[in-house]
Design a binder for this molecule. Structure first.
Ligand code: GLU
Length: 307
């Protein structure tokens, strides 16, 4: 298929939509980002890449990091992890406290904030120290993206720490139900830091390639997780990857995907490719407006949805 031509077509068609919506402003550092930007990258399992727009510009990956921490935790704990975090869509906003209270501190899934905080806690448990945990998260992301210079933006992390009242409330609530082992302050800071990792669409598309190839990087042949774990992660992305717009994303795009409030979305076409699209202005669910539409156009044009 002529992917480059398809990306160019999408870019042309999407142009009027770029910048529509609102950049995330509850993290002041993210509110400074120019909403009129767009980038889309594809990396196929054969190692071919196709790019359009500002695909070398790094942005805040935010909740896309939850995909990477979930992968690490699943590899460490296997099914045991599900005792602490479920795999059901939440049907609530990503930072909801109410559901957590009803469900006794067991978050619905690893992709809402409460679930990602528990996953981060499980990593701190394993590595016994928050700095070593963070270094291992970074090293994992560097390994799957084959990019050694991936780092955290300290200003974004600090900005979120200064306004992270709700996330700290989530961590405290989870702790009160005995589902958090580390100090809630330390755990939430570690969570904010991994959300503040910066990557571009080329690096992110490359980093999900192992999920398109049953857990093994098709190019380096390095095995990161088992085929069963890859299947599970893709399933959770499909059902929970877009907060309470996950149903709509499955309906319109039909691919496992994970979004972040920095405006990035990664998606996986099993057996074929990793995709990443970025455009910072968000729709009312907190997902990239132009990015979601671009992915919808992509599956329409290529017929590459999983359905
Ligand atoms: N760090 C952000 C938060 O906890 C992540 C949100 C997101 O990307 O959905 O609010």
């Amino acid at each position: 298929m002529e992917y480059q031509k398809i990306l160019e077509e999408i870019y042309r068609e999407i142009k009027p939509e770029i910048g529509r919506g609102k950049v995330a402003d509850y993290i002041p550092e993210l509110a400074k980002v120019d909403p009129g930007q767009f980038a889309m990258s594809i990396v196929t399992v054969e190692g071919k890449s196709y790019n359009i727009g500002e695909t070398k510009k790094r942005f805040s990956i935010q909740s896309i990091s939850k995909l990477f921490t979930f992968t690490m935790a699943l590899k460490m704990y296997s099914k045991e992890l599900y005792k602490r975090v479920g795999v059901e869509p939440s049907g609530s906003p990503f930072n909801s406290l109410v559901q957590l209270e009803y469900e006794h501190g067991i978050p619905r899934n690893p992709f809402i904030n409460a679930g990602a905080i528990v996953v981060t806690d499980s990593l701190i448990d394993h590595y016994k120290d928050e700095f070593i945990t963070l270094e291992n998260i970074l090293n994992f992301i560097r390994a799957i993206s084959t990019t050694p210079d991936i780092n955290i933006n300290p200003y974004v992390a600090k900005s979120e720490m200064e306004h992270g009242y709700r996330n700290r409330a989530l961590a405290n609530l989870i702790k009160s139900f005995d589902n958090l082992h580390s100090d809630p302050v330390v755990c939430v800071e570690t969570y904010f830091k991994h959300c503040a990792v910066e990557m571009n669409t080329q690096e992110l598309a490359r980093s999900v390639l192992f999920l398109a190839n049953r857990g093994t990087d098709p190019i380096t042949k390095k095995r990161f997780i088992t085929p069963t774990q890859a299947k599970r992660i893709n399933a959770v992305m499909l059902t929970c990857g877009h907060y309470d717009a996950s149903g709509e994303f499955a309906f319109h795009v039909g691919l496992p995907g994970k979004s972040g409030v920095g405006g990035g979305i990664v998606a996986v076409v099993p057996g074929k490719m990793g995709i990443c699209v970025w455009s910072p202005a968000l729709n009312r669910y907190g997902n990239s407006h132009a990015g979601t539409l671009a992915l919808e156009l992509f599956t329409q044009k290529t017929k590459l949805s999983i359905f």
